[in-house]
Write a protein that binds this ligand. Sequence first.
Ligand SMILES: [Zn+2]
Length: 249
Amino acid sequence: MPSPPLNERSSTTDAIVLRARPLGEADRVYVLLTRSRGKVDAVAKGVRRPRSSMGGRLEPLAEVHVALHRGRSLDVITEVRTVLSHWTGLARPDALATASLFAETIDLFCEPELPLPEIYALLAGAIAAVAASDAPAALVPRFQLRLLHALGLAPAGDACVRCGEGFYQHGAWLDLEAGGLGCERCYGARGDAHALDAEDVGNFRALGAERGAGAALRATPQVARAVDDIVTWHLGKRPKARALVYEFS
Ligand SMILES: [Zn+2]
């Protein structure tokens, strides 16, 4: 027998807990990245009472399956089931700081109620990778660049943003205002600021590539700095968790 249709105000979805804040006496508002609706603010009622079983499942960075009911202003979480908890892997300060940076960066970039399945998959994969990594902070640049690609904000790795020519063996210069990398002819006179050598340019391309396809997992120092500068430029600020990542790594 087919299951009865859900009330149109109720739905279920997978979600990753980005952050939480207390509300009133006993409730908490969770910012969830859901698979089906993108970012959603949802309240869990009574979750701060000792007997609530929901609170433990809604730990930050856990992947959960939730039932949501649309309220007047906020969604209400009516059911939670744990899909994946990385509690053990994220118990280390450097791993927790890195995964928190990923969640905060996505929170800052993503508008509410805009489904972004590629970004959901990116975050789920990145948190799992951090939980399993001995050097989690080294995963930051690839996450940032893959996120920029998913958002359509990543600079082209093979053509000058001004003239469209390739970079060949000359390296490239990062032009944040123009949103891309520039060639030696257009930017060489600027000096060394934001310069990437030929190896860096190759690393930049590989770092942004999809898994397989010659993808690089680690960034050169110059590429790590360039990618971080691009993220900061788009956000207009540095995510708070970023300072913790570099403190613990
Ligand atoms: Zn050029």
